[in-house]
Ligand binder design. Structure first.
Ligand code: ATP
Ligand code: MG
Length: 584
C-alpha cells in the first residue's frame, strides 16, 4: 500500500485526460493543495474523479465506469504523472465503453490506493444520519476500524465447530450401531421362536382336524336338537291352547237347520195364501160394486149365496196376517241363531283340523339326542381349535412385522457399518483441540484489536477535539468525545458533544454542526494514518463562514502530510486556500 505514513511517499504532479465526462481533453498540474473552483458544471468534480479513476480504476458510489466516459465519445483515458519516494512514475488507465480497463505504468509493483480518498462533502454531512447500525458502520469505516473487525471475524472456530458437529453426529450414529445390532439380534431370536411355535401349532391344527370335524358335527346336531325341542314346545303349547278353546265353545244345537227350513216353508205358504186371499177379496169387492157375480178364480157365474159364502175370506185373511207377522219375528230370530250356529261350527272344524295337524306333526317328530358328555367334549375341542387358529394368525402378523423390522436394521447397519469408531474419536479430539486453540487465538486477537482500537481512538481524540474547535469556533458545543456502547452484541461507537453541562449525541446536532463534527473526525483520522492523497469534493457543504475559515486552516495544516485536491463552489474557501486553479 502506498501511503503517506512514511513507507512510500506519493506525489502527483500532472494529469492529462481525454474523453472523460464533460472535460473531453484536459491537462492540469497539481500541488500540495490544489483547488478547483468555478461555477456549476465547469468540471471541478470531474477533475477529482479523473484522478480517482487513474489511481484506483474505480468510479464513486452510484456511478459506473462507463458513466465516466464522455457521452459523445466511446473511449476515455487518464494519465497521471508524479513521483513515488522522489522517483518519477506514471500511471495511465483507459477504457472503451463496455470493455475492460487497461492499465499502463512504469511502477515495478501494483499501485494500491484506497478509493476512500474521494470524499464527497454531501456524503460526509450524512455521516451521522441513518439507522444506528448504519451510522456505526460509517464511523467504523472512517476510523479504519472495519479492518480490525474483519480480521477478528475471519478468525472463527465456526467451520471447525461445524465439522465437529458432523463428526459427533457420526459418532452418535456409531453408538446407535451397537444398539441396532443388539435389537437386530433380539429380533432374530424372536423370529426364530415364533417360527418354531408356528410350526408346532400348524402340526397340532392338522392332527386335530378330524376331531374338530366330529366336534363340529356334534355341535351342529346339538343345535338342531335344541331347535326342534324349541319348536315342539311351541307346538304343544299351541295344541293346549286349541283344546282349551274347543272346550270353551258352546255345543251346537241339533235341529236348528230343520226348524229354520220348516219355518221358511211355512212362510212361503203363508205368502202364497195371503196373495190368493188379497186377490180374491179385491175381486169380490169389485164385483159387489159392479153387481158382477162371477168367480174371481175361474170366472164362472156365481149366485148371490155363493158370494155370501166367500165372506169368511176376510176372517181368514186377518188370521193369516197375524200368523204371518208373528212368524216374521221368529223367522229373523231363527236365521240369526242358525248363522251363529254355522259360524261356531266352522270355528270348531278349523280348531279340530289344527289339533289333528299338530298331533300328526308331533307324532312324526324325531329328536336326535346328543349326550351331555359328547357335547361338552366337542365344545372344548372347538374352543381349543379356535384358540390355536387365533394364535397362528397373531404369530403370522407379528412375524411379518418383525421381518420388516429386521430388514430395516440390516439397511441401517449397511449404511453405518463403514465408520470406524476409534478413528472418529481421534478426529473429534483433534478438532476439539483445534477449536479451543482458535477460540483462544480469537479472544486474544479481539483483546489486541480492542486495545489497538482504543489506542487509535485515544490518538484520534485530541486531533478530533482540536480540528473541531477550528471548524466550529462557537461556544455552544464546549467539547466533543467518543462513547462506545454494545448494541445487539456489537460494539458501536458514538460521537457526543458537550452542550451546557450535559452530553448530547450527533443526531441531535444541526446540519452545520454535523458537517463540522464529520470533517473534524476525517481530518483527525487522516492525521493519525495519513492518506497520501485526499480528493475533497465541496467540503464546505453545510458549513457557515466561520466553519469554512476553520476548515481552510485545518486543510492548510493537513497538506503538509497529505496532498489535497479540493473542488469547491465557495469563493471564500477558494480564496482562503489561495486558489490559482479557477476552471473557466
Ligand atoms: N458522461 C458525461 N458525458 C458528457 N458530459 C458529462 C458526463 N458526465 C458529466 N458531464 C457534464 O460534465 C460537466 C462537468 O461536470 P462536473 O460534475 O465535473 O461539474 P462541477 O464543476 O463539479 O459542477 P457542480 O459545481 O455543479 O458540482 C457537467 O456539465 C456535466 O453535465
Ligand atoms: Mg461537482
Amino acid at each position: 500500500m502506498v501511503d503517506g505514513g512514511g513507507r512510500k511517499r506519493l506525489k502527483l504532479e500532472r494529469v492529462k485526460l481525454a474523453g472523460f465526462r464533460g472535460l473531453r481533453e484536459d491537462e492540469y498540474t497539481l500541488g500540495d493543495l490544489t483547488v478547483f473552483t468555478g461555477g456549476m458544471g465547469v468540471g471541478k468534480t470531474s477533475r477529482l474523479l479523473a484522478v480517482l479513476f487513474a489511481l484506483c480504476g474505480e468510479a464513486p458510489y452510484g456511478l459506473t465506469l462507463d458513466d465516466l466516459i464522455n457521452s459523445s465519445s466511446d473511449y476515455m483515458l487518464v494519465r497521471v504523472e508524479g513521483s513515488v519516494n522522489n522517483l518519477p512514475f506514471y500511471i495511465e488507465r483507459r477504457k472503451r465503453r463496455g470493455g475492460p480497463v487497461a492499465v499502463k505504468t512504469d511502477l515495478p509493483e501494483r499501485l494500491r490506493v484506497d478509493p476512500k480518498i474521494f470524499v464527497d462533502g454531501r456524503e460526509i454531512a450524512k455521516l451521522f444520519v441513518g439507522a444506528p447500525a448504519e451510522k456505526a458502520l460509517k464511523l467504523n469505516q472512517l476510523l479504519g476500524f472495519e479492518r480490525y473487525d474483519q480480521v477478528a471475524s475471519e478468525i472463527t472456530p465456526a467451520p471447525v465447530e461445524r465439522r465437529l458437529q458432523e463428526l459427533e453426529k457420526q459418532l452418535s450414529a456409531l453408538g446407535r450401531i451397537e444398539d441396532i445390532k443388539r435389537r437386530d439380534a433380539e429380533t432374530t431370536a424372536e423370529i426364530g421362536w415364533i417360527k418354531d411355535r408356528l410350526s408346532e401349532l400348524r402340526v397340532k391344527y392338522m392332527i386335530d382336524s378330524p376331531m374338530v370335524k366330529w366336534a363340529e358335527e356334534v355341535k351342529q346336531r346339538a343345535e338342531e336338537a335344541e331347535q326342534i325341542e324349541l319348536e315342539m314346545k311351541g307346538k304343544l303349547k299351541l295344541l293346549e291352547q286349541y283344546r282349551t278353546q274347543l272346550r270353551s265353545l258352546p255345543e251346537a244345537a241339533e235341529g236348528f237347520e230343520e226348524e229354520l227350513r220348516e219355518m221358511e216353508a211355512r212362510n212361503d205358504a203363508l205368502n202364497r195364501r195371503i196373495a190368493v186371499l188379497e186377490a180374491s177379496i179385491k175381486m169380490i169387492e169389485l164385483q159387489r160394486g159392479m153387481s158382477v157375480q162371477t168367480c174371481p178364480l175361474c170366472g164362472a157365474q156365481l149366485s148371490k149365496d155363493a158370494l155370501e159364502r166367500f165372506a169368511h175370506m176376510e176372517e181368514e185373511y186377518r188370521k193369516v196376517l197375524d200368523e204371518y207377522s208373528s212368524l216374521q219375528i221368529r223367522l229373523s230370530q231363527k236365521r240369526k241363531e242358525v248363522e251363529e250356529y254355522r259360524r261356531l261350527l266352522e270355528q270348531r272344524r278349523f280348531i279340530e283340523a289344527e289339533i289333528s295337524r299338530l298331533e300328526g306333526e308331533i307324532a312324526q317328530t324325531r329328536v336326535q339326542i346328543v349326550s351331555e358328555e359328547d357335547l361338552s367334549k366337542a365344545l372344548r375341542l372347538l374352543k381349543e381349535a379356535e384358540e390355536t387358529k387365533r394364535e397362528i394368525e397373531l404369530l403370522e402378523s407379528k412375524l411379518s412385522a418383525l421381518e420388516a423390522q429386521k430388514e430395516a436394521y440390516q439397511t441401517a447397519l449397511a449404511q453405518l457399518g463403514s465408520q470406524n469408531h476409534v478413528n472418529l474419536e481421534r478426529k473429534i479430539r483433534r478438532l476439539r483441540d483445534l477449536a479451543d486453540k482458535i477460540r483462544r487465538i480469537r479472544s486474544a486477537l479481539i483483546e489486541a484489536v480492542n486495545e489497538a482500537k482504543n489506542e487509535r481512538l485515544a490518538s484520534i481524540k485530541s486531533s478530533f477535539k482540536e480540528a473541531f474547535k477550528k471548524i466550529y469556533p462557537y461556544e455552544r458545543i464546549k467539547d466533543v468525545d467518543f462513547e462506545s456502547r454494545i448494541v445487539r452484541g456489537h460494539e458501536v461507537l458514538y460521537v457526543k458533544c458537550k452542550v451546557d453541562e450535559s452530553w448530547v449525541y450527533a443526531h441531535q446536532m444541526s446540519t452545520g454542526e454535523n458537517v463540522a463534527l464529520s470533517f473534524a473526525l476525517l481530518l483527525a483520522v487522516n492525521e493519525l494514518a495519513s492518506s497520501p492523497l485526499l480528493l475533497l469534493d465541496e467540503p464546505e457543504e453545510g458549513l457557515d463562514e466561520s466553519g469554512i475559515r476553520g476548515l481552510a486552516e485545518v486543510l492548510k495544516k493537513m497538506k503538509q502530510r497529505t496532498q489535497l485536491l479540493v473542488a469547491t463552489r465557495s469563493p471564500l474557501l477558494a480564496s482562503l486556500l489561495g486558489s490559482e486553479s479557477d476552471i473557466k
